[in-house]
Design a protein around this ligand. Structure first.
Ligand SMILES: C[S@@+](CC[C@H](N)C(=O)[O-])C[C@H]1O[C@@H](n2cnc3c(N)ncnc32)[C@H](O)[C@@H]1O
Length: 180
């Protein structure tokens, strides 16, 4: 079942305090790397999956994108995105990436930042994204590094150099992860 942790009041209040929530793209450590992968956006139609507060949607328009569609499963995230956006060429839609059906050959860029790791059936979504891209379109995504969600090793001594234990355990195991 699709999670929607961002509509949890406590989680949302914590998320609001993160640097990326306060400073936007410049507060996101991965932004310089992601930005370097982006094509020229001038005249492109853009889809942002898991758009959150809409920072990238607005930035894409500033770079000349013709139209940007932001999708998110969280009402709280979208409420803030809408409040911060005054642009008729950006639309925000409440939808679940796990189930979404995208219009075929409609976007010159499909973008998703730190959201795809929430999706269980990634193959299905990848196929949708591929179908939604026009010929020559670009896909640029980031996911959370799985080191952040690896279980902590209870035997961790803090002595990495000694090689006896490591701060995280089962880092390479595939499957669902849960964190608090
Ligand atoms: C870490 S935030 C990233 C927000 C924004 N992309 C950024 O880089 O700042 C992850 C976002 O993905 C959204 N999300 C998680 N699962 C989703 C799903 N199944 N469908 C649509 N959005 C989802 C969350 O609601 C949240 O807004």
């Amino acid at each position: 079942m699709t999670q929607n942790i961002y509509d949890n009041d406590e989680f949302f209040a914590g998320y609001l305090r993160l640097p990326r929530s306060v400073a936007g793209l410049e507060g996101a450590p991965e932004w310089p790397a992601l930005r370097a992968m982006l094509p020229d956006l001038h005249g492109r139609t853009v889809l942002d999956l898991g758009c959150g507060f809409g920072w990238f949607c607005r930035w894409a328009r500033e770079q000349g994108a013709a139209y940007v569609a932001g999708i998110d499963v969280s009402e709280k995230m979208l409420a803030r995105a809408r409040a911060d956006t005054q642009d008729d060429s950006i639309s925000y839609t409440l939808a679940d990436m796990e189930r979404i059906e995208l219009p075929p050959q409609s976007f010159g860029l499909v973008y998703s930042s730190l959201a795809l790791h929430y999706v269980e059936e990634l193959d299905r979504l990848m196929a949708e994204m591929h179908r939604a891209l026009i010929a020559g379109g670009s896909l640029v995504v980031s996911v959370e590094h799985p080191i952040y969600t690896a279980p902590r090793n209870p035997g961790w001594t803090g002595d990495a150099a000694g090689g006896k234990s490591w701060p995280v355990d089962s880092y390479l195991d595939e499957g669902p992860r849960s964190t608090d």
